[in-house]
Design a protein around this ligand. Structure first.
Ligand code: HSE
Length: 434
């Protein structure tokens, strides 16, 4: 078979990793693809990449790569949603297949990109966009294709998980851990994407579309970051038998689909609660298979390159297949995608962890219990610490049963209005992931 010629755009962390793994494992990769995979051209402005490009044809203009007749597959590893979008649409227009690691681009513009690719009969592959080296797209789209997916929940941002883990295990400062994640190449160019949940929301939208057969709808995801998770919440969660993880959750419910990213208390005995450091993991519950768990490195040069190259091999294997015989981009054929209601957060039910500061006086607890009970919310667990010597303010920590978010928020407003409550109420959602 003719060789498959790559045009790699971007020589950052992932681009460098991809060139290195292609060079190191070329023999096995070619044997798996059934043809030689060669780098025909690289588009990059970087002077000192983490790979040897001395024998390769490197140009500064990425659009030369996208239009180069000697390129069959454009590998987009520049990131961002402006140049990268133009690059991919140009490549598609020129009949090239595309492999990308760009979650923001797929989450925000995937519908348009897939439509353009379908019209041209080319593939856009994006395994590396979600959870780095974990083959989660392939698992849901192909391995679980017999199932009605009921829900999925995952730790899909390595930087955030690294920060929460270090805060818990070493009582390190948030900023200090973030700097380390940046130096290790895990964090996004704009690290607020990691800590405020945007990166996880991009990935969740992609997973949900593949799981439920819905179009990509990034603007509908509820997103809350970890920057306000306080060290005492990490500690109290531990006392209650839970851990705080930044989860992406997509779930079918009778009224629609839940799409949410937020810090979450989960029971410490769950496997997901024990996924630490930069590692990612996703639990996917299918009606036939039951719960399944996927674990691995969610970021970094070679783990992400592993997913990029797996996509390249997939594209190479199906180059001669007619487009209708290739796996559809979102796992469902385009005309079977169904727009379902995405529920607003206020209409979603979860249990809650609440922390507040209260005056150490008789009757305070019963006032709080009354407000919660009037809202139909019952208390599952409670910690009240003794006031330090000479002080009259005590921390109160409650776990509630499941309630609608809007009911809980109403109750919080009433609790905060009590004269005996001296701080805003901290609220973290709780999931049992049964
Ligand atoms: N910033 C991302 C993370 C990189 O920390 O998980 C992989 O998408």
């Amino acid at each position: 078979m003719k060789p498959v010629r790559l045009g790699i755009c971007g020589l950052g962390t992932v681009g460098g990793g991809t060139v290195n793994v292609l060079a190191r494992n070329g023999k096995a990769i070619n044997a798996r693809a059934g043809c030689d995979i060669v780098i025909s051209q690289i588009g990059a402005r970087r002077d000192n990449p983490n790979c040897d490009v001395s024998a390769l044809n490197v140009v500064a203009d990425i659009f030369k790569v996208a239009t180069n007749p000697e390129v069959d597959v454009v590998v987009e590893l520049i990131g961002g949603t402006t140049d990268a979008k133009e690059l991919i649409l140009t490549a598609i227009k020129h009949g090239k297949h595309v492999v990308t690691a760009n979650k923001a681009l797929i989450a925000e513009h995937g519908n348009e990109i897939f439509e353009a690719a379908d019209a041209k009969g080319v593939t856009v592959a994006f395994e590396a966009a979600v959870a780095g080296g974990i083959p989660i797209i392939k698992a849901i789209r192909e391995g679980l294709s017999a199932n009605r997916i009921e829900w999925l929940a995952g730790i899909i941002n390595g930087t955030g998980n690294f920060i929460l883990t270090e805060m818990r295990d070493k009582a390190r400062e948030f900023e200090d851990v973030l700097l380390e994640a940046q130096a290790l190449g895990y964090a996004e160019a704009d690290p607020t994407f990691d800590v405020e949940g945007t990166d996880a929301a991009h990935k969740l939208v992609i997973l949900a579309s593949i799981a439920f057969g819905i179009p990509l709808q990034f603007d509908k995801v509820f997103t809350e970051g970890i920057s306000r998770v306080a060290p005492q919440d990490v500690a109290y969660a531990g006392e209650l038998g839970y851990r705080i993880k930044h989860l992406g959750i997509a779930k079918r419910s009778p009224d629609g689909i839940e799409l949410r990213v937020h810090p979450t208390l989960i029971p410490a005995k769950r496997l997901l609660a024990n996924v630490d450091g930069v590692m990612n993991a996703i639990v996917v519950k299918g009606d036939a298979v039951g719960p399944t768990l996927y674990y691995g490195a969610g970021a970094g040069a070679e783990p992400t390159a592993s997913a990029v190259i797996a996509d390249i091999i997939d594209v190479a294997r199906t180059l001669t297949a007619s487009p209708e015989h290739r796996v559809p981009h979102l796992g469902f054929h385009q005309d079977s995608l169904r727009d379902k209601v995405i529920l607003p957060m206020e209409d979603i039910e979860t249990a809650y962890y609440l922390r507040m500061s209260a005056l150490d006086r008789p009757g305070v607890l019963s006032q709080i219990a009354q407000i919660l009970s009037d809202s139909g919310i019952s208390i599952e667990a409670l910690i009240q610490k003794e006031a330090p010597e000479g002080e009259e303010i005590v921390p109160l920590i409650l776990l509630t049963n499941r309630a609608l978010e809007k009911q809980l928020m109403d109750a919080i407003i009433k609790i905060e209005a009590l004269s005996s409550i001296t701080s805003p109420v901290t609220r973290i959602r709780v999931e049992y992931l049964k």
